[in-house]
Design a binder for this molecule. Structure first.
Ligand code: ADP
Length: 420
């Protein structure tokens, strides 16, 4: 029979079990083990403080003739709780993530060592300070002032400008808040290495591919009829590889770009070009129509916008069987304008929609390849729209068709002919 646990060990064991459970829940919630431990540690600190207060109150309210045995017991318990409290504080204090406990008015009540390092908080002067005033002029302060509803991703750490952090604000206890900041500098660095690698490889592949493609073009299949099918396949594949390399280079450029060079993009000629491109690609297999009711131009990069908007047109043609209809629309909305392409094609099952803009994500690889797709088109569209503060919306019904819409806000619209 297992021996019952020594009473003196029960509290520390329960606290340790709580921390383990916190780590497990944190891991389940997306690998945030330290965050889970931090939350449980803080909850346990509050619990222990409440317990001490409760016991002290009991001592005060019980009869004045407390026996010395009762007194000793109380003292032993208090010491045990105080020691557990110290352990928990030192555990929370040495967490790698910054943890700041805030009261209901965002005054700092407590913070750990990582908060000193990442957020630049100082002891003791910052205890009781108003956090957004203390961090004023940083992105973090603006985020706090705006209510911190969504987590803040990838911002410079106020205490260490070379480091990058993700920040979350969680409700805690009675109208208190817990600010958690995680150092993601190593992830940012890895992401940068990945980007550079893709850009360098694509760049290196560009010249040999151009040479191979050039030589293949020089050989006339009629001179070597027995190799004609092979030659045609080689040409098609080298063209596809060239297109993948070009798309990867475009993506690398878009990823590193923070802004676009703003220029007027006249929509009337652009829409006419898009329609012509659709017709050329379709070669009479589809009915293509244009409905332009918004008399506004766009402000942004003409080359990138053309590439994004024509990607949607090309997808509509490639994923719509012969006889289908394609409608290109440009219309005003309450707070901007929408460019959309509707087709009556294969459609996309709902489970794929959220991942369509990932690189190389395809609903059907064979269909994409057969139609000459690189798997990078929608990724390019998303990046171009992000650079124009616009968003992509996808509505689709398998077997019925799809509508891809680009929503632009008023700041991106210009009245035709207006010099502004
Ligand atoms: P691809 O070069 O493969 O077309 P994209 O990034 O442009 O790459 O599109 C990703 C995937 O989304 C495609 O492979 C296809 O499965 C799906 N898709 C895109 N547009 C449409 C559409 N209009 N109708 C149906 N499926 C589409």
């Amino acid at each position: 029979m297992p021996k019952p646990l020594d009473r003196s060990l029960m509290l520390p064991a329960a606290l340790a079990a709580g921390l383990l459970a916190g780590a497990f829940v944190g891991w389940l919630a997306g690998g945030h083990i330290a965050t889970g431990v931090a939350l449980v540690a803080i909850a346990e600190i509050v619990l222990l403080l409440t317990r001490i207060r409760h016991q002290a109150r009991l001592m005060m309210t019980t009869s004045p003739t407390v026996t010395s045995l009762q007194h000793d017991r109380f003292m032993t318990r208090s010491r045990r709780i105080a020691s557990s409290l110290r352990d928990l504080r030192s555990a929370a204090g040495s967490l790698p993530d910054a943890v700041v406990l805030l009261d209901n008015e965002q005054h700092v009540r407590w913070f750990n060592h990582a908060a000193e390092e990442l957020l630049g908080l100082r002891r003791p002067q910052d205890r009781g300070a108003h956090l957004d005033e203390r961090l004023s002029t940083t992105e973090l302060a603006t985020w706090l002032q705006e209510g911190a509803r969504e987590p803040l991703n990838d911002v410079a750490a106020p205490g260490h400008p070379n480091r990058h952090i993700n920040v979350t604000l969680l409700p805690f206890g009675r109208r208190q808040r817990l600010l958690l900041a995680r150092d993601i500098s190593h992830l940012t660095r890895l992401e940068q290495i990945r980007r550079d690698f893709v850009a360098n490889v694509s760049h290196e592949l560009r010249t040999p591919l151009t040479v191979i493609h050039g030589y293949l073009e020089l050989i006339d299949p009629e001179d070597v009829p027995e190799l004609a099918p092979v030659l045609n396949e080689m040409r098609a594949q080298s063209k596809r590889m060239g297109q993948i390399v070009e798309d990867l280079l475009t993506l690398s450029r878009l990823e590193t770009q923070e802004h676009v060079q703003d220029e007027r993009v006249p929509m009337t000629p652009l829409l006419a070009t898009l329609r012509k491109e659709a017709e050329a690609l379709s070669q009479g297999r589809h009915q293509v129509t244009l409905e332009a009711t918004a008399d506004v131009d766009l402000l942004g990069s003409p080359k990138d916008l053309h590439s994004a908007l024509s990607n949607l047109v090309s997808n509509a043609v490639r994923y719509t069987p012969t006889g289908g209809r394609i409608v290109i629309r440009w219309r005003r909305t309450a707070d901007g304008a929408v460019y959309s392409v509707t087709d009556t094609g294969y459609g996309i099952p709902a489970s794929h929609l959220a991942r369509l803009t990932e690189r190389f994500y395809r609903v059907s690889s064979s269909r994409s390849r057969e139609s000459g797709g690189t798997g990078l088109g929608l990724s390019i569209v998303k990046h171009v729209l992000n650079l124009h503060q616009a968003r992509l919306d996808i509505q689709s019904e398998p077997g019925q068709g799809s509508t891809f819409s680009c929503w632009f806000n008023n700041q991106r619209l210009l009245v035709p002919g207006d010099p502004e």
